[in-house]
Ligand binder design. Structure first.
Ligand code: NAI
Length: 724
């Protein structure tokens, strides 16, 4: 273990250190050897009044423990005086913690000029004044550590805190630039958004939360950020309750709405709005250069509209959405197409729609997606000027997020993830996400090889590509041999791949084949079901993903031999034509969900399973005898929305406003004082006292609308009156 962090020889200024977080920092720095300037104006929380007592008391505490400290009573608005105190007492300044703060909460319409100005003067202008006064000293000594204290109210907004939110996020902007300007002088500036119980939070948090969110859970982050060993600069951290997390910006891929020949209009913004706001594949620009680079790239793309299109222009292009409607018939036809037969009793559940466990083969998930590859839309993508007759299906990746339903209408959204230059040809990675309404069911990556289309100066590899993985060199753990019938391709094509190469001998001959060949995705389906049967007992919920490379064609009537190796939850596989020994699928694998894992979301949501129903029933019984008494204490209507898997599955209103109190199930027509949304499971945790309501609220497990102060009454309501 490395040495403890020491601040020997360092001089630290903590503003607003007379109480709350600031006091904690001052004590902690002093304890680790720093000389501390304890600044505090000693006013009230709204910025009124003045007293030296607050700072003096902390200085005394530090000295009593043998530490070094001096007090300063100036307002942070007079930053020079604070730094002067440090220089006079200790001869230098190394660390500035901008912590002083006040609140003047008002709803926005009622915010006065004074409310606005005072908040800005103390938080933003004060931090500016103090930091500027320290800046040149830090620059000269080539060392400085600065903390800005922002707030979740600034980051996310908070009702009644317009003035405070603006100033607090202003401090983050200030820190962002100081981090850049200070960097070469070893001056680092970081921002924290703390949550701790203090006199500032007393007014908005219940007392037990104020007591449990201790300032000592924030100080360690501040100390590390201010240590000379810490290289963090320009970071933003949320901290509280013993937890620390880092925040950053995220940006959608965005959309170019302007072309050389097309002006930008509000209508084009409207029409592309969803795409503009779609965070799929979002980027995280880390600095202004990265942000500007996008604009520079856009300019050059728009301007190069007139030049020859390049295959690389196709990268990122989206294809029109495709829908695919199917019933059990398509599922069964597909199962037959990939060689399932009633000869095997355990195949019946894939072939007979009235089977008690009728299931859809996971590899069927390529079928809704394949239309994106075959519709001809690819050919109209800008830059996609390839000869489609030279296109080979090179590789396939499929990931299934939920077992496919036995019927439905699915929507597939396809985009060109990348275009690679392999010299002898081009590789196009086509990503297709398939949804049922907005629920993502599966993801396919088609890897298409276009013979002779290389040499356009593109990259050879891509981090977007789902790679094949070589099988282990030991003998396989299982080998399955399966015949394909001479009609296999004729049957498989009925699932939607109408390429004549698989049925028409003349067409096949033109492509250099002696007979029509089997579809690559048909062999893929054989291999997928071999693994499913051997390693997952045909349980489709255990199938996670499959990747294969198509190496050589298979002729209908040949036998497929699948060799499989188990390595944890991954089954490596390779397929050969038994008659020739030729490898036809290589670098392939199937990923399974572990035996104990249940695929997410497969459990049916049934209202009668709700545990909360029992609790509410009990509350109802108690109300009959104690309702009147509770009404006197609580005087409010609580509306509960119980969720399961994100959906509201039941509603209960507990009316403790009008005597003698009542419990109402189902939609509530009256007015609730507070509406509480919580999952069935979290509700049980609260009721059983495993988590208290305030904690559940702060962890986002319990959401409240309306008069949230009533949450304080929840504890007694649930603990005392809902015990089972
Ligand atoms: P606090 O009220 O206990 O501490 C603030 C201190 O600043 C007080 O001792 C006050 O006298 C002093 N002060 C006020 N105006 C001053 C001025 N003009 N010059 C010098 N000192 C001045 O409050 P707490 O909670 O410790 O807050 C510390 C900082 O953390 C504040 O900037 C606050 O906005 C911020 N913060 C606190 C959160 C919390 O959960 N406690 C949440 C988010 C931000």
């Amino acid at each position: 273990m490395s040495a403890p962090l020491s601040f020997d020889g360092k001089v630290v200024l903590v503003t607003g250190a007379g109480g709350g977080l600031g006091r904690e920092y001052a004590l902690a720095f002093a304890e680790r050897g720093a000389a501390v300037v304890v600044n505090d104006l000693g006013g009230d929380i709204k910025g009124g009044g003045k007293s030296s007592a607050a700072a003096d008391k902390v200085v005394e505490e530090i000295k009593a423990k043998g530490g070094k400290a001096v007090a300063n009573y100036d307002s942070v608005e007079e930053g020079e005086k604070l730094i002067q105190s440090a220089l006079e007492a200790f001869g230098r300044i190394d660390v500035v913690i901008n912590n002083a703060g006040i609140l003047r909460d008002r709803s926005f319409g009622r915010t006065s000029d004074l409310d606005w100005d005072l908040i800005h003067r103390v938080h933003l202008r004060g931090s500016f004044q103090v930091t500027r006064a320290a800046w040149d000293h830090m620059k000269k000594q080539k060392f400085g550590r600065i903390i800005m204290t922002s707030s979740a109210a600034g980051i996310y907004g908070n009702f009644g805190q317009a003035n405070y939110s603006a100033a607090k996020l202003g401090m983050l902007g200030l820190a962002n630039t100081l981090a850049i300007e200070g960097h070469k002088y070893n001056i680092h500036c970081n921002t924290i958004a703390p949550t701790a119980g203090s006199r500032l939070t007393e007014t908005v948090m219940p007392p037990d939360l104020v007591a449990s969110l201790k300032a000592e859970y924030v100080a360690p982050l501040v100390m590390w950020l201010c240590h000379s060993d810490c290289q963090e600069n320009g970071g933003l951290f949320e901290v509280g309750a013993g937890w620390i997390g880092k925040l950053r910006w995220e940006r959608t891929q965005g959309v170019i709405l302007r072309r050389a020949t097309q002006v930008m209009s509000p209508e084009s913004v409207r029409d592309k709005w969803e795409e503009i706001c779609d965070f799929t594949d979002a980027t995280k620009p880390a600095n202004i250069q990265e942000s500007l680079q996008t604009l520079v790239d856009v300019l050059s793309r728009v301007e190069s509209d007139t030049r020859e299109p390049s295959p690389m222009d196709a990268i990122g292009q989206k294809l029109p959405e495709m829908t695919f409607s199917y019933s059990h018939i398509e599922c069964i036809l597909y199962a037959l197409g990939v060689g399932m037969s009633t000869k095997e009793p355990d195949h019946l559940k894939f072939l007979y729609e009235n089977h008690a466990d009728f299931s859809v083969l996971p590899s069927f998930a390529v079928i809704p997606a394949q239309a994106s590859m075959m519709s001809g839309e690819l050919a109209s993508v800008p830059g996609f000027n390839f000869d489609m007759t030279r296109l080979l299906h090179g590789e396939q990746y499929l990931e299934v997020f939920k077992p496919l339903p036995a019927s439905g209408t699915l929507t597939s959204r396809a985009s060109i993830a990348d275009v690679l230059d392999k010299g002898s040809g081009a590789v196009v990675l086509l990503d297709v996400h398939t949804y049922r309404e907005e629920e993502l069911l599966c993801y396919n990556q088609f890897s298409l090889f276009i013979v002779g289309a290389g040499g356009f100066g593109g990259r050879r590899t891509s981090d977007k590509a789902k790679s094949t993985v070589d099988a282990p060199s030991r003998t396989p753990d299982a080998v399955v041999t399966d015949e394909t019938s001479s009609n296999q391709a004729a049957l498989y094509r009925l699932s939607g791949d109408w390429n004549p190469l698989h049925i028409d001998p003349d067409f096949a001959a033109m492509g250099g084949f002696k007979a029509p060949i089997l579809h690559g995705l048909c062999s893929f389906g054989f291999a997928a079901r071999h693994v499913l049967k051997h390693f997952a007992d045909n349980d489709v919920s255990r199938f996670k993903a499959i990747k294969v490379r198509f190496v050589k064609p298979v002729l209908p009537g040949q036998s497929l031999q699948t060799e499989m190796w188990k390595e944890g939850d991954r089954i490596h596989l390779q397929c050969k034509v038994k008659e020739t020994g030729a490898v036809v699928l290589a670098g392939a694998y199937v990923d399974l969900h572990g035996a104990a894992e249940v695929a997410p979301g497969t459990a049916p949501v049934e209202a009668e399973e709700l545990q909360s129903d029992l609790v509410f029933a009990e509350i109802g019984r108690r109300l009959e005898t104690m309702g009147a008494e509770l009404v006197k204490k609580v005087k409010a209507v609580f509306l509960w929305e119980i969720t399961k898997e994100g959906q509201t599955v039941s509603q209960w209103a507990i009316d403790l406003k009008s005597p003698p109190g009542a419990l109402v199930k189902g939609p509530y027509s009256g007015k609730a004082d507070v509406t509480i949304t919580i999952s069935d499971q979290d509700f049980m945790e609260v009721v059983q006292g495993k988590i208290n309501p305030q904690k559940a609220f702060f962890e986002g497990k319990l959401k409240m609308k309306g008069n949230i102060m009533l949450s304080q009454k929840l504890d007694s309501l649930l603990k005392d009156h809902a015990k089972l």
